[in-house]
Design a protein around this ligand. Structure first.
Ligand code: ADP
Ligand code: ZN
Ligand code: ZN
Length: 738
């Protein structure tokens, strides 16, 4: 008899390896890679995932433990996703167990069954059917149950069985032991009607650029291709997605759409469900665990024709995926910033390549990486140069703030424009990427400033709640009327956040309804939607908000957009700051004049002559991107090089730096002249949430060379003694350097 196979299992653990176990006597056919297993691990019992069966282990057979139980019949990570998580673990140098855990809905991570409660059916097996044809005169109840099940090819649920046969359960058990019945997942419940015929006015005639885009995406026989769909906001990208998805569904396949965290608006969903047949599985962060599992199952069994979700939805199994669309591909939220630091956009391309299907990256302001790849013709570059329908592009105007009196951050020039637009029935959107009343509270007598004790950061003053809050670690305290240092009552709020602007606007425009959209005003469920409705119905005519309102929403009545402070991005140390700022300005600008009213976008700045602002407002994103790419090339920055960032944090600055010094030494020993090491240095925000942070940057002109080093280095880092005193993480292709 051949030796029983060894199970190679991924276990949630910070170690960069898998673990070998023996089976507990299960038939080999039941040990399908991708199923979950319960295993002893140290003194605990944990849920692992079977990666593969192997013949040999480096651990002597007598020391291998047996698994405790197999939890699935059907893999929770089918072969294509197993391949994807393996790729993710290798590329991001992250422990496979954590990558797997990241890919599963929480209920599956916890070992709960991969089915919905009450959704199990019982049905006859082949031998059960044979038995039903015979007569079991000595077991009348078994006979009865067999004939009830016979002919019910879809199987029966518990409540149906109860109607047919009282106390059916022990009888079923007996049949089960004989192998005559089996459990299965109930066929999907019919979805709520979504088959109403589509009114033709909802399906506009595509313009030639859209036609071309649809054809190009679906071309090449549906095989793997990457398309960059570049088009300004309102140019009809979503319309292109819809047409492409229609055809994918028509050919019996499923479509996956990934959207940024705050881009998943009710408007977008409504449009998708109105236009597309078949149920949509939604996967986003505010679902309950049960809802998430239900959506996951609907996708896996093929019931859902469209899967829409944020970042982690990428790991949802599908029965027959035909396309992946990444909307607003430049958005930062596609990169996970903790734990497994993957880019869902980049991994979407890997998944599409493995599945041999097309992937579409859509954006009005594509990331420089994507623009670069399109230039090299790795991606098809499709563009929608004009706004669809009757909408016209917005006009830009730079408002020079120098020597201008500012009232709470609003220049008189902007206030005048606001009055004019309100008089002509327009709506106004003001953007400021800072919530709270003021970013700093200062004592005018002694110079005391409210600082967070756990971070290198000022505390933000929230006036209505009379509290000081740290926006980095969440710590907060009440504001006393007196300065804690000198007792003076002359405490002053410096600078403006959205709360302060709202106040100022109420003073300037007492008769106008004002809405504020930021994390403070949208915490309650439904409050965001209530605000948005009030704007869409015209009850509120001025909207002030943070980046929350920059994405996805359509405000057809908005004729004036004000960007209150554009200068933050001009002089930042982060090499991506100008890219981010440009994307943000254009995304906000895209909210203006989407209907037939033209829009005006006003940017308040102290640097109106700055080439970046000039270029962006007069020549658009393409020109900006071209210029920015040249700068990146000269500086040897991505996409002209590959980066990895090793971060460490500890209770003292020294401990964190010490680990990084040792890490650097280890890298030097592994020797790679083509990888440049920069640091270690303290992080730009050195102290955060009570811990000191430092970092070491690795840079190489060749991605392969960098990864070659990382392969050996990551496992070395685990063995460094100093690694036990710090929290460290390796960030491949970091989105920011702090
Ligand atoms: P984007 O996703 O690029 O912002 P949308 O697809 O949402 O653009 O289109 C913007 C608006 O223009 C929508 O109201 C849409 O219905 C409309 N639209 C899109 N394509 C066309 C077209 N070919 N003709 C007329 N209207 C269109
Ligand atoms: Zn003071
Ligand atoms: Zn803090």
């Amino acid at each position: 008899m051949s030796k029983s196979p060894i199970l190679r299992i991924a276990i949630p653990s910070p170690l960069r390896r898998s673990f070998d176990y023996l089976s507990a006597g299960e038939p080999v056919a039941a040990l399908r890679p991708g199923i979950r297993v319960k295993v002893p691990f140290g003194r605990r019992v944990v849920i692992g995932l079977l990666l593969e069966l192997v013949a040999e282990s480096c651990v002597p057979a007598q020391r291998l433990k047996k698994i405790i139980a197999v939890l699935d019949e059907e893999p929770v990570l089918p072969a294509d996703l197993l391949e994807l998580v393996n790729w993710g673990s290798r590329y991001y140098h992250h422990p496979i167990g954590e990558v797997v855990a990241n890919a599963l809905p929480s209920q599956l991570r916890e070992g709960k069954p991969a089915r919905l409660p009450g959704n199990t059916v019982w049905r006859l097996t082949a031998s059960g059917k044979a038995a039903a044809a015979r007569s079991l005169s000595n077991a009348p109840r078994q006979q009865a149950l067999l004939s009830i099940l016979n002919g019910q090819s879809g199987g029966l649920r518990a409540h149906q069985l109860r109607q047919h046969l009282q106390n059916w359960w022990p009888v079923m058990n007996r049949l089960d032991r004989k192998g005559w019945v089996e459990r299965a997942e109930a066929p999907a419940r019919p979805s709520p009607a979504s088959s109403h015929s589509m009114a033709e006015e909802l399906r506009p005639q595509l313009n030639p650029a859209q036609e071309k885009a649809v054809a190009a995406i679906l071309g090449s026989r549906g095989g793997f291709s990457v398309s960059l769909l570049e088009g300004v906001t309102g140019s009809g990208k979503t319309e292109v997605y819809l047409r492409v998805i229609e055809q994918i569904i028509h050919s019996g396949r499923q479509a996956m759409v990934l959207v940024p965290e705050i881009g998943l608006t009710p408007q977008l969903l409504e449009r998708f469900s109105r236009r597309l047949p078949g149920p949509i599985a939604l996967l986003h962060s505010s679902l309950s665990a049960g809802e998430r599992l239900a959506a996951w199952l609907a996708s896996r069994c093929g019931e859902a024709t469209v899967i829409i979700g944020t970042r982690s939805a990428l790991f949802t199994p599908a029965k027959d995926l035909g396309i992946i669309i990444v909307d607003e591909e430049h958005d930062m939220s596609f990169k996970q910033q903790e734990g497994f630091r993957y880019s869902a956009r980049d991994m979407a391309i890997v998944r599409a390549r493995n599945a041999d299907i097309p992937v579409v990256l859509g954006s009005a302001t594509p990331s420089l990486e994507t623009v670069f790849n399109a230039r090299l013709r790795r991606y098809h570059h499709l563009s929608l140069p004009k706004r669809a329908g009757k909408a016209v592009p917005p006009q830009f105007r730079l408002l020079d703030l120098r020597r201008q009196p500012l009232q709470e951050g609003l220049s008189s020039g902007l206030l005048e424009l606001m009055k004019a637009h309100l008089q002509s029935e327009g709506q106004i959107l003001l953007f400021l990427n800072r919530r709270g009343y003021a970013p700093t509270l200062l004592c005018h007598d002694c110079g005391w400033v409210g600082r967070c004790q756990r971070c290198n950061a000022h505390l933000t003053y929230h006036q209505r709640e009379r509290r000081l809050r740290c926006h980095h670690c969440g710590s907060e305290r009440p504001v006393n009327p007196n300065c804690p240092d000198c007792g003076s009552i002359d405490l002053r709020a410096l600078g403006s956040g959205t709360e302060r602007i709202e106040h100022a606007l109420q003073h300037h425009f007492p008769a106008i309804g004002i809405a504020r959209l930021d994390r403070d005003t949208t915490r309650r469920k439904g409050s965001m939607q209530a605000q948005l409705d009030a704007i869409l119905q015209g009850k509120k005519r001025i909207l002030i908000g943070t980046q929350m309102l920059a994405k996805g929403h359509h405000f057809p009545g908005v004729t004036l957009v004000g960007i209150l402070n554009a200068d933050q991005g001009l002089f930042s140390a982060d090499f991506r700051a100008s890219e981010r700022m440009s994307q943000m300005i254009l995304q906000v600008a895209g909210r203006a004049g989407r209907a037939e009213k033209p829009g005006l976008v006003v940017i308040q700045t102290h640097h109106p002559e700055h080439p970046l602002l000039q270029q962006l407002t007069t020549r658009g994103y393409r020109q900006f991107a071209a210029g920015a790419l040249n700068e990146r090339r000269e500086a040897g920055l991505p996409p002209y090089s590959a980066l990895a960032l090793l971060r460490a944090e500890a209770t003292t600055a020294e401990t964190a730096l010490n680990f990084l010094h040792q890490a650097r030494k280890a890298a030097d020993l592994l020797g790679s002249e083509e990888v440049m090491l920069l640091g270690p240095v303290p992080a730009p925000m050195e102290k955060r949430a009570g811990r000191y942070r430092a970092q070491l940057l690795l840079q190489s002109a060749k991605r392969r060379t960098l990864h070659h080093l990382l392969d050996k280095w990551a496992v070395r880092l685990e063995t460094l003694k100093s690694s036990r005193k710090v929290r460290w993480s390796l960030d491949v292709d970091p989105a920011d350097l702090f």
